[in-house]
Design a binder for this molecule. Structure first.
Ligand SMILES: Cc1ncc(COP(=O)(O)O)c(C=O)c1O
Length: 405
């Protein structure tokens, strides 16, 4: 039997593909620091879990396709704290932010149409683009510039008659970059100029550091009909397994279309929505603690890594990822495999994601890795020590190659 071209084309996850090598290393007794995947170690709020356990209806029935009204109300109240007024009908609850991306892609563009995305980008966008039969047009951002947006000319050059949307992710996975308000305004003007949707993946909204507040595209004036936000409780409440997200838009046509996709998959999970309601009712102070923890981890890792002149890294301002450029590593794919199969320091090694999988441009990111700082500060210090020792051994000659300041 022949399987579809789409099935053949959909990419294997670059984050998970090293799993067999990690399993083999563990079998040899090597301890691995997992910095390759965005699974936080922060405890899910007990209020979330208690609300799930308190469910006592005799039947676990289908719920509404757009989600429980109580959850939408709790979310609207949460956005209200950021002075972003939202009505229930502007929120549709999805099976994770993942489904929100899929719905958004399917709603904004037809077969073969294009979405511009700054690269490196969250690699799963590729899978959703494949499912929706869209083409991702990357615009390159660079480690040297902290992965901020390129100038307007570069964005303009990516536009074709088939372009339907531009997608941004801020705070960003995989770079940790937080776009400035000026960048958002520039994007708003760009979207308006070319009559494009502006899709914003804001699932890391809570995680901004150095006293900076996240600004949402929902705050952009005059853009209400173009903006679609992808949201999720996965990272916000350290509840990745709950599979609760949302698509948010003030464009009624977009929401009506999303609802039809929602009806096709019936409904999001009921129990986890109950947990999410309890989580959204937590006071603002809940986020202060989690944010401070991630900021501390960012600082620990940033300081440890930038002590090595062979590492190029601009301080990331949000999320819990960083992309690190490594002098003397021509093929990070090989390096990350080698870390698992050929290297150990005192019986330990680190697992990283090669960054090439986060780029759509062939060959881009070959000397970069993505690190997720989802372990506590002591473990991160040790992981950084192992990584630097590994780098030194991997390329003896790299001591002569530096990126400078
Ligand atoms: C940028 C970004 N968007 C969306 C998602 C998907 O999140 P969810 O677990 O809500 O499907 C992730 C998950 O890692 C992510 O990093």
């Amino acid at each position: 039997m022949r399987i579809s071209r789409r099935a053949e084309a959909i990419q294997e996850s670059p984050i998970r593909k090293l799993a067999p090598l990690a399993a083999a290393a563990r079998a040899r007794g090597v301890r691995i620091y997992n910095l390759n995947i965005g699974q936080p170690d922060v405890a899910t709020p007990p209020e979330f879990l208690r609300a799930v356990c308190a469910f006592s209806d005799p039947v676990l029935a289908y719920g509404p396709s757009d989600g429980l009204p109580e959850l939408k109300a709790a979310m609207a109240e949460y956005f209200g704290r950021y002075e972003i007024p939202l009505r229930g009908e502007e929120i549709l609850i999805t099976n994770g932010g993942s489904e929100a991306i899929l719905f958004a892609f399917n709603v904004v563009a037809d077969d073969g149409e294009e979405i511009i995305i700054p690269e490196p980008f969250y690699t799963n966008y590729n899978g959703y683009a494949e499912m929706a039969n869209l083409k991702i047009v990357p615009v390159r951002t660079h480690a040297e510039e902290g992965f901020h947006l390129p100038p307007d000319e570069v964005l303009e050059a990516a536009v074709t008659p088939r372009t339907r949307a531009v997608l941004i992710c801020s705070p960003n996975n995989p770079t940790g970059t937080v776009l400035t308000w000026e960048e958002l305004e520039r994007l708003a003007a760009f979207a308006a100029r070319h009559d494009l949707f502006l899709i914003a993946d804001e699932v890391y909204k809570e995680f901004t550091y150095d006293g900076r507040r996240h600004r949402s595209v929902l705050e952009l004036a005059g853009l209400w009909d173009r903006v679609i936000v992808v949201d999720s409780v996965s990272k916000r409440f350290s509840a990745c397994g709950a599979r609760i997200g949302a698509v948010i838009s003030r464009n009624r046509e977009v929401m009506a279309a999303c609802l039809k996709f929602g009806q096709a998959r019936l409904c999001p999970p009921t129990l986890e929505q109950l947990g999410a309601i309890a989580a959204y009712r937590l006071p603002e102070s809940y986020f202060d603690g989690v944010r401070a923890e991630y900021e501390h981890r960012r600082d620990v890792l940033y300081e440890a890594l930038t002590a090595d002149p062979g590492i190029l890294l601009r301080k990331p301002r949000g999320a819990f990822y960083m992309i690190v450029k490594l002098a003397g590593v021509a093929d990070a794919d090989h390096f990350t495999r080698w870390l698992l199969s050929d290297f150990e320091l005192g019986g330990e090694t680190v697992m990283l994601a090669p960054a090439n999988g986060f780029y759509a441009t062939p060959g881009a990111g070959a000397d970069e890795v993505r690190i997720a700082y989802v372990l506590d500060a002591d473990k991160l210090r040790r992981a950084a020590e192992i990584l630097l020792a590994a780098l030194a051994r991997y390329q003896g000659e790299r001591s002569t190659i530096t990126y400078g300041a």
